[in-house]
Design a protein around this ligand. Structure first.
Ligand code: BES
Ligand code: MN
Ligand code: ZN
Length: 503
């Protein structure tokens, strides 16, 4: 197969002044806050930004504000020609009310602008950022711009979209620009792993790429191959991967930023292709199943980000990797597997493979005595039935942990919603021949019965399960991101870990 497009790397700079040749200039407009009498005036543009524009251009902007053409609403993007060619193009992007600004909103604004400019090759785009419009979320602005440079068109001979050669951020500190570049680059790293075709991104390739990233970023990395998995009693991971010609792997990444404190563990489902196994999926359900390693790819992206950002916390990332295929040697319905933990599981559907892989992966995580475990998995279609395809489901044994991650997700505008873990669901995964079975009773509450299965493997560690089956992979493009892999939850987890370092 031909080589994919290289990961886009626009040159990111944070000059203190408007460069002599700024190329396309991007400025921000805000909706004004209602006055004490409730009156609302037109859109606002920071005085420091106006000071860089000619009087004629400011007058044009004022006319557009007066006529209501520029309202400053979040998501509004106007591309304007300047009369005397002051700038090749002036883009005015609305940020909404400054008091409503969130990191996630700011990220989306920059991403939307860069995607709007992606129709043509451009040598330079310059964001001129004033003091008030996007508050202190400058790194989120940069991250959004960088994220918009990656799409799913990896193997198009004539790429449909273009990445600017350079993006400058005037009014943003060098530290914020570097932090944003790291975060955006890490989201793209995750998305790239997911968007690659499944025959390329098999368990060994995934593990090799994780190891390469770890070497570059100075993370410790251990890879368990099939022999080591057998020696470690990871019989559940091996069962799921047995029908594949690409053997399973387990990747352990370590970031040591916090001395001798207990680490946080993040665990990802890495089923590099989910055919369903003998409980074979129909084509429609299988067509996007290269995305079934998105949880593991998220773990790799988060580990990359926290290494690059130098976050002062110990974090372990674990990826359970297997390909769920069909062969004469496939694991079967009715099989009983003794997992690494010693608990036995009855296989009643080989398409409920993610929880089987995670059973052993979570057990390895527990062995590191983490302060908390967060797992990410494209685990159930049922979670999409419950919450739709843009919202991740949260299930936990520890409400405080769940609230910490929810708060981080809210800041980043990554929608999440908690589902209950009542003990009445425990009954539904009990087996008559083994300790538990890998499906609930019928389809009802399928996201929760899957989480109940997982809960058996975390002992009493505070644990949060994030089902990203819906938001990990988008059917259609949006203003702020392409279709395909989204990199969802990278930002949320980086924020959570960063906040944990401050706690
Ligand atoms: N990988 C799928 C879940 C999935 C579905 C992810 C759609 C992304 C989009 C998972 O392995 C699966 O097949 N789950 C089954 C479980 C069932 C057999 C209990 C499902 O959801 O149908
Ligand atoms: Mn499946
Ligand atoms: Zn799956």
């Amino acid at each position: 197969m031909v080589a994919p497009l290289p990961l886009p790397t626009p040159k990111i700079t944070a000059p203190s002044q408007l460069p002599a040749d700024p190329g396309v200039l991007v400025i921000l407009s805000a909706q004004s806050e209602p006055s004490s009498e409730g009156a609302v005036s037109g859109a606002q543009i920071d005085a420091s930004v106006r000071a860089e524009l000619s009087a004629a251009l400011c007058a044009t902007l004022d006319r557009l504000i007066e006529s209501g053409e520029i309202e400053g609403k979040r998501g509004e993007v106007q591309c304007l020609a300047t009369a005397d060619g002051e700038f090749p193009l002036l883009v005015v992007a609305g940020v909404g009310k400054p008091s409503d600004a969130t990191r996630g909103g700011t990220y989306d604004i920059a991403a939307t602008v860069i995607r709007r400019l992606a129709d043509k090759p451009r040598s330079q785009v310059t964001f001129l950022v004033g003091e008030t419009t996007v508050a202190a979320n400058h790194d989120a602005l940069v991250a959004g711009a960088v994220s918009a440079c990656e799409g799913q068109h990896l193997y198009q001979s004539e790429p449909a979209t273009h990445v600017p050669d350079a993006i400058a951020f005037v009014g943003v500190s060098a530290e914020a620009a570097a932090a944003g570049e790291n975060l955006g680059g890490s989201i793209n790293h995750t998305r790239r792993l997911v968007n690659e075709p499944p025959t390329i991104m098999n368990p060994t390739e995934f593990a090799d790429r994780a190891a390469a990233m770890a070497a570059t970023e100075g993370l410790q990395c251990e890879i368990w191959d099939e022999k080591r998995l057998a020696a470690e009693n990871c019989r559940a991971i091996l069962a799921v991967g047995r029908a594949s010609t690409s053997p399973p792997r387990l990747v352990i990444l370590k970031h040591n930023g916090g001395g001798d404190e207990a680490p946080l563990a993040i665990v990802g489902k890495g089923v590099t292709f989910d055919s369903g196994g003998l409980s074979l999926k129909p084509s429609d359900g299988m067509v996007d199943m290269k995305c079934d390693m998105a949880g593991a790819a998220t773990v790799v992206g988060v580990m990359r980000a926290i290494a690059k950002l130098g976050i002062r916390r110990n974090v372990i990332g674990l990826c359970g990797l297997a390909e769920n295929m069909v062969s004469g040697d496939a694991y079967k319905l009715g099989d009983v597997i003794e997992t690494r933990s010693g608990k036995t599981i009855e296989i009643r559907n080989t398409d409920a493979e993610g929880r089987v892989v995670l059973a052993d992966t979570l057990d390895v995580a527990v062995e590191h005595s983490p302060a908390a475990i967060v797992d990410l998995a494209t685990l159930t279609g049922a979670c999409m039935v419950a919450l739709g395809n843009e919202v991740a489901g949260l299930m936990t044994n520890n409400q405080e942990l769940c609230e910490q991650v929810s708060a981080a997700a809210e800041q980043e505008n990554e929608p999440v919603w908690q589902l209950p873990m009542f003990s009445l669901y425990n009954e539904k995964v009990k087996s008559k021949v083994a300790d538990i079975k890998n499906v609930g009773e019928g389809r009802w509450g399928g996201a929760i019965t899957a989480a109940k299965f997982l809960e058996n493997f975390v002992q009493d560690t505070p644990w949060l399960h994030i089902d990203i089956a819906g938001p990990a992979f988008a059917d259609s493009a949006k203003a702020s991101h392409d279709a395909g892999a989204t990199g969802v939850m990278v930002r949320t987890l980086v924020r959570w870990i960063d906040d944990a370092a401050a706690r």
